[in-house]
Design a binder for this molecule. Structure first.
Ligand SMILES: C[S@@+](CC[C@H](N)C(=O)[O-])C[C@H]1O[C@@H](n2cnc3c(N)ncnc32)[C@H](O)[C@@H]1O
Length: 445
């Protein structure tokens, strides 16, 4: 077993000692992963591996004694599949929630936005959906020849990944939805159902880091898969009782919430889980669904999307520019990052890793500064984040995002109330106790 870089570990130990750090595994271990999401109405519309649990928001509200409030404004700036917003809309009727989400990925925005709009639409949507589905079936099974263009992503042309006969069906479903009779929302629900079949009808598997070829996998039949998903969605919409409240998900940059929310709308709770600084690129992981739905036309659009994301991955070379360097906090940020930057091994990944550490910190500082302007005096900010190991052998070091973010938040005038360690992510290769996932609570200072 390798020791993680001891200077960096000592740096984290000193940082952590400044705050109240507790073992939160009993409460949070099962909530920082998508426990229960596959069995819950709306949450189950698309399986997002990186989501947190449907039960996280209720648990946070209880802890912070916010659950009895008459009105609550909640913001999630990295909305993903919309777990926070769907959970918020499902709260008790005595609480009126006004929930806002921001999501940059076009496909994940489609999913979360469709979920929250459907939840608010009520039962007439279920009727519309039944009718539109009938029409999709009529078109799909007819002799009509609709030209279904294969997305210009090479993955779709690989016959091992997508057996041609199944791909043709998948594309025909998409075309039939495009031409069916129905409202925009009904069609969006059907498109969500179709996109959620892309993985199961192929030999690709998301393993948390990337899309992998799974030769042993038996792809499912697209129409059967699609129909059963639509039935499930109709069931969910049919059983919804309107609880009041309003939710909106913006497609945009969650690092800059002030672009979407004006400073007079003070938030009671900000809760989010950002991409972790672990090289995972959401644009890559959810690319087949996004191309399938037509969100990218060509490689240039796909690449531009990567540049719009949080600097948590080295898939593209972001500009070497950091706002913190010209801010009054420059010295403090350097003091925070230097021990970590000094541990970056001098190899071919060196430039990418250095950019990731500085870019991630820069984005987080911007985010915390902007959120500080829209939090109410008694409000709270809760973030869920995982730390990660980088490098190998003697050159292994950990990026402790929970602590780095906590310090950046202080620089942006937040007070760290608690660092609750939800679960250990220790690997066989290293025993750093900072390899973990945490739930951190901040209050305005
Ligand atoms: C850990 S996931 C959030 C999952 C979410 N909590 C859920 O339960 O579904 C992080 C999300 O941040 C999104 N993201 C990345 N860069 C972003 C940006 N600049 N603005 C907004 N969202 C971004 C990713 O597309 C991804 O959906």
């Amino acid at each position: 077993m390798t020791e993680a870089n001891p200077t960096v570990e000592a740096h984290y130990k000193t940082l952590e000692a400044e705050w109240n750090s507790v073992d939160g595994s009993l409460e949070f271990e099962r909530l920082v992963v998508p426990t229960g999401n596959n069995d819950s109405a709306y949450h189950r519309w698309f399986h997002l591996k990186e989501a947190f649990s449907v039960d996280l928001l209720p648990s946070i509200l209880k802890r912070l004694s916010l659950e009895g409030k008459r009105e609550l404004r909640i913001l999630d700036c990295f909305a993903g599949g919309g777990t926070t917003l769907v959970s918020a809309l499902e709260m008790q009727p005595q609480t009126r929630v006004i929930a806002t989400g921001i999501e940059q990925n076009p496909f994940l925005h489609h999913v979360s936005n469709t979920k929250v709009k459907s939840l608010q639409a009520g039962r007439t949507l279920a009727l519309q959906l039944r009718e539109s589905f009938k029409d999709v079936k009529r078109i799909y099974t007819s002799d009509l020849l609709y030209k279904a263009k294969t997305p210009a992503l090479s993955t779709f042309s690989n016959e091992d990944y997508f057996p041609p006969a199944l791909l043709a069906k998948l594309l025909r479903i998409r075309q039939a939805i495009k031409f069916c009779d129905g409202s925009t929302l009904a069609k969006d629900v059907l498109l969500t159902a179709a996109a959620s079949c892309v993985e199961s009808t192929s030999r690709l598997r998301r393993d948390g880091r990337a899309l992998r070829y799974a030769a042993e996998r038996q792809p499912r039949e697209p129409w059967v898969e699609f129909s059963s998903r639509v039935q499930q969605m109709i069931e969910d919409i049919d059983s919804t009782t309107s609880k009041g409240g309003a939710a909106t998900i913006h497609r945009g940059d969650g690092r800059r919430p002030l672009l979407h929310i004006d400073t007079s709308a003070k938030q009671d709770l900000v809760v989010f889980s950002p991409p972790y600084p672990n090289n995972i690129d959401y644009t890559e992981i959810y690319k087949t669904e996004a191309w399938y739905l037509g969100f990218y036309e060509d490689a240039q659009e796909f690449r531009s999307q990567r540049f719009r994301t949080l600097r948590s991955h080295p898939s593209v070379r972001f500009k070497d520019e950091y706002d913190f360097e010209s801010s009054p906090d420059a010295q403090a940020v350097h003091a925070l990052l230097n021990p970590i930057l000094s541990a970056v091994p001098d190899d071919r990944y060196s430039a990418g890793r250095t950019q990731l550490i500085k870019g991630y910190a820069d984005d987080m500082l911007t985010l915390f500064r902007q959120l500080r302007e829209i939090i109410s005096n008694e409000g709270r900010l809760v973030y869920v984040v995982g730390n990660s190991a980088h490098g190998s052998g003697n050159a292994l070091f950990v990026i402790a995002a929970d602590l780095v973010m906590a310090r950046l938040a202080e620089l942006a005038h937040w007070r760290v109330e608690e660092i609750s360690v939800a679960r250990s992510l220790r690997r066989r290769t290293t025993n750093s106790r900072f390899l973990r996932e945490s739930v951190v609570t901040l209050a305005p200072a």
